[in-house]
Design a protein around this ligand. Structure first.
Ligand SMILES: [Zn+2]
Ligand SMILES: [Zn+2]
Length: 509
């Protein structure tokens, strides 16, 4: 153990990373790793919370601290529950940046509270959350009042709203501090100014500046009466631009040419990919997965447990494969209402080989290949490793292609241009991993992959049925990367997906 620590330490000093730490991070659902940052919650307590209450996110933990479930756990009590609640609040205050899903939970709670206040005609999400950015620094809402004296009355009411501990004001907006730790800017506007103020509140700064420049060039004014956003864009000769695209790249030019993409929507998604079951590190049985996916309205789903090398997560040994497949066949025979496909998330080993030999891989309907170890390779080595994996005709999808963990771990070094070129040429999909801690590919790279003709898949990477909510987060990234439905593998029906996944295998055979 001592020698292992020494080796880990010298690696950390030499390369700035630690494979021990990287591999430890692969062992736990990422929401549990976050819980360890709460003062007083050690690994033993986090494990008990996870096992007894089936909690794996900060939002779920906060709810359990508030409704008494946490206090009721043996050796927890009300004092621990209260300190957890305060710990989450101080995490919020301390960290300028938070992940999208945490920011969305925070701002939705505030939005609902403000929507119930007298004098608030309408309140909408704005800022980077509305643009679906992956990490969020500032929370912004836009609230509509009747104008005139209604503004002052509303400001007074906001100061007395439940949970508000402090109210500060700037020109046009107020900043509210809550006892939950949240700090939210609320832009106050009137119905006549709503269209332009919602655009300003949503940003980005670069997008708004580009709009203003366009208005100046046309001799138009943005200070007129605009009841909605579309009116503003129309006045500038533009189609309405979805908020996800408002990053000040070239979206105005595309809107002016009528060439904005028809972005993929949730109703376009027919299948869920990348679900872990209790055959590896998930907590859900095959039957429960089928039921949850049907309830969520999907036609098919792909179970993808970890492969045998993934000792960290109890990967599927080849002798378990038959047992799992029999269980899937039984679920399908019962007519679960959703078709369950047999997938696997196979480790890409250090030399680029996929975990399991061809005989075992042949038994799966499709294979996602992912890197879960040896993150510290040089760019040349890592690129060679992934390109080699893409030579295996079983590989249908390249999973979380850069290994980044937002706010925790940098992406590994890899030349994505080469990866995308090969993916497009071979007909391999590249994943938009929808775990909110990953969101990997990054949306900027999604757009590049789209330009290069790559097919993308939205991977839930869910370890519990609650993880189905990841899909909406990943969808936001797909949209932010300008993806239309036909670019997204999940929009195909089950047979269409299977045809994509097995085409290269058939050719190789
Ligand atoms: Zn993975
Ligand atoms: Zn996974």
């Amino acid at each position: 153990m001592r020698a292992l620590q020494r080796a880990a330490r010298s690696e950390l000093l030499a390369t700035g990373r630690s494979s021990t730490l990287d591999e430890l991070r692969e062992q736990l659902p990422l929401g549990l790793v976050e819980m360890l940052r709460i003062p007083g919650l050690g690994a033993a307590k986090v494990r008990r919370i996870h096992e007894v209450l089936a909690i794996e996110s900060l939002a779920e933990l906060e709810a359990a601290a508030a409704d008494g479930r946490l206090a009721a756990l043996p050796r927890f009590g009300t004092k621990t529950a209260e300190s957890v609640r305060r710990g989450i609040a101080s995490l919020r205050q301390a960290s300028g940046l938070r992940l999208f899903h945490h920011a969305l939970d925070e701002i939705e709670a505030v939005r609902r509270a403000l929507a119930g206040l007298e004098g608030v005609q309408r309140v909408e999400l704005a800022g980077a959350v509305r643009r679906r950015c992956e990490v969020i620094e500032q929370l912004t809402l836009v609230a509509v009042h009747a104008g005139g004296g209604a503004r002052e009355a509303l400001v007074r009411r906001l100061g007395r709203a439940p949970g508000v501990t402090e109210i500060g004001g700037r020109e046009g907006s107020v900043t509210l501090r809550f006892d939950s730790g949240s700090v939210v800017d609320v832009l106050l506007t009137t119905p006549e100014r709503f269209g332009i103020d919602w655009i300003r509140g949503t940003g980005s700064a670069a997008h708004v500046a580009a709009l203003e420049a366009r208005a100046r060039a046309a001799g138009a004014s943005l200070n007129g009466s605009y009841l909605d956003e579309a009116g503003v864009y129309r006045a500038l000769g533009l189609a309405w631009i979805p908020p996800e695209l408002r990053e000040g790249d070239d979206e105005l030019e595309a809107a002016a040419r009528g060439e904005l993409p028809h972005l993929v929507e949730h109703t376009d998604l027919r299948g869920v990919l990348h679900c872990h079951s209790n055959y590896s590190d998930g907590t859900v049985t095959i039957a429960e997965w089928a039921q949850a996916c049907r309830a969520a309205g999907y036609e098919w789903m792909g179970v993808t447990d970890h492969s045998q090398s993934a000792a960290y997560s109890g990967g599927l040994r080849s002798e378990d494969v038959a047992r799992q497949h029999a269980e899937i066949d039984a679920a399908n025979a019962r007519g679960a209402g959703v078709r369950v496909l047999k997938g696997v998330e196979a480790d890409i080993l250090a030399d680029g080989a996929l975990d399991y030999g061809p005989a075992v891989l042949d038994r799966f309907d499709f294979v996602i290949g992912s890197i879960h170890s040896r993150f510290g390779m040089s760019e040349v080595e890592m690129t060679r490793r992934v390109l080699a994996a893409m030579d295996d005709p079983h590989l249908a999808i390249l999973g979380h292609p850069t290994g980044r963990l937002l706010l925790q771990r940098e992406p590994y070094a890899i030349d994505l241009e080469q990866v995308f070129a090969k993916a497009a040429a071979r007909g391999i999909a590249v994943e938009v991993n929808a775990d909110p801690h990953r969101l990997d590919l990054d949306w900027r790279m999604v757009r590049r992959a789209r330009q290069m003709g790559v097919t993308l898949s939205i991977g839930a990477d869910a370890h519990s049925t609650g993880g189905l909510t990841h899909v909406a987060v990943g969808l936001g990234i797909a949209r932010k990367g300008w993806l239309e439905p036909h670019r997204v593998l999940n929009t195909r029906d089950a047979d269409g997906f299977l045809a994509f996944a097995s085409r290269r295998r058939a050719r190789a055979a």
